[in-house]
Write a protein that binds this ligand. Structure first.
Ligand code: NAP
Length: 342
């Protein structure tokens, strides 16, 4: 085994879109494993939009990453060495060990995964945090009924792809919004959504209206911005909106540029159509994770829940891949292969 750890730390806080110089690759000595702890070797690292928020020191639901600290993130890791009685060498776990090749753990936040169920990388996506986010938002807030129309943006991505498929499993119509013809073809033909609309098309709003002749009953909000503007006039009375994220705004500068204030128009529609809009964090619903894992594993096994991963090779590629995620360059759940599975 190598005697150093490679890790990527936060070098500076981005102003606007992150740049490669905001990250720094470092090497440090491999630690000894104290009694009661274990050493994890990262196989896959998850890259997720929330990491952009943690790079900023603006007030938020969670503490920022400190300058010089390892970038945070979930991993699928192998236990390399164990001095912990509940964990043995060779086990594959989901951990929260960050952008680094190895990490010590006291075992508290680990979740064992069974490599026989599905490829282990799915522990970060369809059978992990992002799949659970889709499930929790739809089940607790969206609550689509059979025959209703569910619209989701970033529909080829980690959360959106699962939202539409679960909506269809429950008998609803699923309309996906994605960037570009390849992603739209995947959403419609591979994932089986009823329609997929390209948000970059010049007549995007008209195409969306045509795909939703009965209006929109559930809008699963991942994006904000121009997509919200197109969705707003199509919302039905008593529509439900799980507000999951607004990735189109994550790189906005702290001080907003002067722009048209959309809030009054949004509020007016929300009030006059008796719409429910409810922000959520997946962790609110963690008690439902066992039910999710059971149901989603069944759907994966019987082929009703499909997934796509965008796998980037090498820890040193993580900054560029993350910058690309905020610009729609990923196609499917973005993960970095940090070491081989073998
Ligand atoms: N509330 C929670 O607990 C929770 C948990 C996980 C994720 N989330 C949120 O869920 C959303 C999706 O996350 P994910 O992990 O599934 O990411 P993802 O969809 O796999 O990847 C991000 C995608 O967002 C789209 N995008 C980026 N900038 C955009 C823009 N300006 N306008 C429209 N689309 C844009 C791109 O897809 P296109 O090329 O198709 O546009 C990009 O591929 C994010 O807002 C994230 O913060 C929330």
């Amino acid at each position: 085994m190598t005697d150093t750890i490679r890790r990527i730390v936060l070098a500076s806080r981005p102003a606007g879109p992150p740049r490669p110089g905001d990250f720094r690759l470092e090497e440090t000595a491999m630690p000894d494993v104290p009694e009661g702890q274990l050493l994890l070797q990262t196989i896959y690292l998850s890259l997720d939009p929330y990491m952009r928020g943690r790079m900023s020191d603006a007030r938020s639901y969670a503490d920022p990453i400190r300058i010089g600290d390892v970038m945070l993130g979930a991993t699928v890791s192998r236990i390399r060495q164990s001095r912990h009685r509940d964990w043995k060498e060779g086990d594959i776990v989901v951990a929260y060990s960050g952008w680094q090749t190895h990490a010590l753990s006291d075992g508290r936040d680990l979740r064992r995964i069974d490599p026989a169920v599905a490829p282990i990388s799915t522990g970060l996506g369809v059978l992990g945090m992002t799949g659970f986010t889709a499930y929790a938002g739809l089940r607790n807030i969206g609550r689509p009924k059979p025959g209703e129309t569910v619209v989701v943006a970033a529909a080829s991505g980690a959360v959106g792809s699962v939202v539409g498929q679960i909506a269809r499993i429950g008998g609803a119509r699923a309309i996906g919004i994605a960037g570009g013809p390849d992603k739209c073809a995947f959403v419609k033909n591979e994932l089986g959504f009823d329609a997929a609309i390209d948000h970059r098309a010049p007549d995007f709003a008209r195409q969306l209206a045509e795909a939703c002749p009965d209006g929109i009953d559930v809008y699963f909000e991942n994006v904000g911005g121009a997509v919200w503007d197109a969705v707003l006039p199509l919302l039905n009375d008593f529509a439900r909106i799980p507000l999951c994220g607004m990735i189109s705004h994550y790189n906005d500068e702290a001080v907003a540029k002067p722009s048209i204030d959309r809030l009054p128009a949004s509020m007016k529609t929300i009030q006059q159509k008796s719409i429910t809009i409810r922000g959520f964090m997946n962790v609110e619903f963690l008690d439902q994770q066992p039910a999710f894992l059971e149901e989603a594993t069944g759907w994966v096994r019987d082929g009703r829940l499909k997934w796509r991963e965008d796998i980037v090779d090498g820890l040193e590629q993580a900054p560029a891949a993350f910058i690309g995620l905020l610009n729609g360059h990923n196609f499917g759940k973005l993960v970095v292969r940090v070491s081989s599975e073998a």
